[in-house]
Design a protein around this ligand. Structure first.
Ligand SMILES: *Cc1c(COP(=O)(O)O)cnc(C)c1O
Length: 434
């Protein structure tokens, strides 16, 4: 797997380099030079395979030339160790639940896969040090995803008092190779300290630093697996005409689906749904892409004004607007619509959705209504468990949202975090003393 930069100024790299580097020197994004298609026989029998088997076949097609099959199988089996079930909601609408991992959101797939790929690519005596600043979600997915991974140490910086209680517990109670610094400052302070660390000569001589950046190509790869697996689940029920709706922010999740389609997955169309941060839906409707500062909403993981994966979508379609709009339809919704939908679907189908997933539901419902074809099954991606957004969801449905058992256990553990000043020199000394 050779990867090029979307800006085409940085040299092509191997997967190993792309995974460790994250970003090309020209500030573009890494993209695979070639995305192979899977044979028809794979799709003819896909319903006979389980999630891990499907993930292995897909990853072989993408990475088989860089990683031997037995190792790849280990990586996939270890990373994909929880289910992504498709639940029937009502009529032709299905929910692809991506929240059965350790932090109850789909980002667990990317974090777990990336950590295992990094560990595989490290040579025996090498040690990698992952440094991340977080406002909550990314850090908890990284802490859980890298936990216990050989050869890798993780340091997480989070702003004191500014992450949710559950997120703080997920960052600060895991122990082992993960340590947390509680910074007496804001998220911006944390991010500045991390940036300074990457620029510091002494640190980079003594430690092999890497980021667990959300645009790392290794995160996109596992995000294609569950589209295939969802298709297999519906095919088992005799339905093989599918559309997907992806609630989107930085559009990495949608990219995973577009890659799956490129590999041959027979998807009729994708609906890209956003909240009022609708830069991409507006682009798909008008051809004009104009990024702008984000607006805060109740689906806050999608509050993105300049989606980082947009150049990847353009590359996948060779910059052809016509090809893009053939495959992708844009929709956007307000907070008011989101709240009404969470309420209606709970009443009608007894199904509880987080605000992000509700935007996915609205996108697929509207599209199916327009399409008016009984044979088509609509699948929306449920990107987080409603319990993560209990303070928003509970008043809307006027009922408690149960927290899954494994989280209850984390909430009761003891927090271990060192309180530090928002000062890079303090962080540097701590890192050098590790
Ligand atoms: C990150 C996130 C999204 C947006 O995913 P992108 O890949 O950035 O488009 C949607 N929902 C939840 C719950 C998320 O955490």
């Amino acid at each position: 797997m050779k990867l090029y930069s979307t800006k085409r100024e940085a040299p092509e790299v191997t997967l190993k380099e792309a995974v460790f580097r994250g970003l090309p020197q020209d500030n573009g994004l890494y993209m695979p030079e070639h995305i192979g298609t899977l044979p028809q026989s794979f799709f003819d029998h896909i319903e006979e395979l389980n999630f891990q088997e499907i993930a292995f076949e897909v990853s072989k097609a993408l990475l088989g030339d860089e990683i031997p099959e037995d190792k790849l199988k280990e990586i996939v089996d270890d990373a994909i160790n929880f289910e992504a079930p498709v639940r029937h909601v009502h009529d032709n609408i299905y929910s692809l639940e991506l929240f059965h991992g350790p932090t109850l959101a789909f980002k667990d797939f990317g974090a777990r896969f990336m950590s295992r790929l990094m560990s595989y690519f490290l040579t025996e005596d090498e040690e990698l040090h992952i440094l991340v600043a977080t406002s909550g979600d990314t850090g908890s997915a990284v802490a859980q995803g890298f936990l216990g991974v050989p050869g890798i140490k993780v340091t997480i910086l989070y702003p004191s008092g500014k992450v949710s209680h559950i997120q703080e517990q997920q960052l600060t109670t895991v122990g082992q190779n993960v340590q947390a610094f509680e910074v007496e400052g804001t998220f911006d302070d944390c991010q500045r300290m991390v940036k300074e660390a990457f620029l510091d000569k002494e640190l980079s001589q003594k430690l092999r630093l890497s980021s667990a950046n959300s645009i790392n190509i290794s995160r996109l790869i596992p995000q294609s697996f569950y589209y295939f697996n969802a298709y297999a689940q519906l095919k088992r029920q005799g339905k093989d005409k599918v559309v997907f709706c992806v609630p989107s922010g930085n559009f990495g999740n949608l990219c995973g689906g577009l890659i799956a389609k490129r590999m041959g997955l027979p998807v009729i169309r994708f609906v890209a749904a956003t909240n009022v941060n609708d830069v991409v839906p507006t682009y798909l409707n008008t051809g004009v892409f104009s990024p702008r500062p984000s607006t805060a909403t109740i689906s806050n993981a999608m509050d993105v004004g300049n989606p980082s994966n947009f150049p990847r979508i353009r590359e996948l379609y060779d910059q052809s607007f016509e090809a893009e709009t053939t495959d992708i339809l844009g929709k956007h919704y307000t907070d008011q619509q989101t709240k009404e939908t969470i309420h209606t679907v709970f009443d009608r189908a007894d199904y509880i959705m987080c605000p992000h997933s509700a935007i996915g539901y609205m996108g697929i419902k509207e599209y199916l209504d327009e399409l008016d074809d009984e044979a088509v099954a609509g699948i929306f991606l449920s990107t987080a468990h409603a319990a993560k957004f209990g303070d928003v969801v509970e008043p809307i449905i006027d009922a408690p949202v149960e927290i899954p058992e494994r989280l209850v256990e984390i909430v009761n553990r003891e927090k271990v975090a060192e309180l530090i000043a928002p000062d890079f020199e303090v962080l540097k000394q701590k890192l050098l003393n590790i």
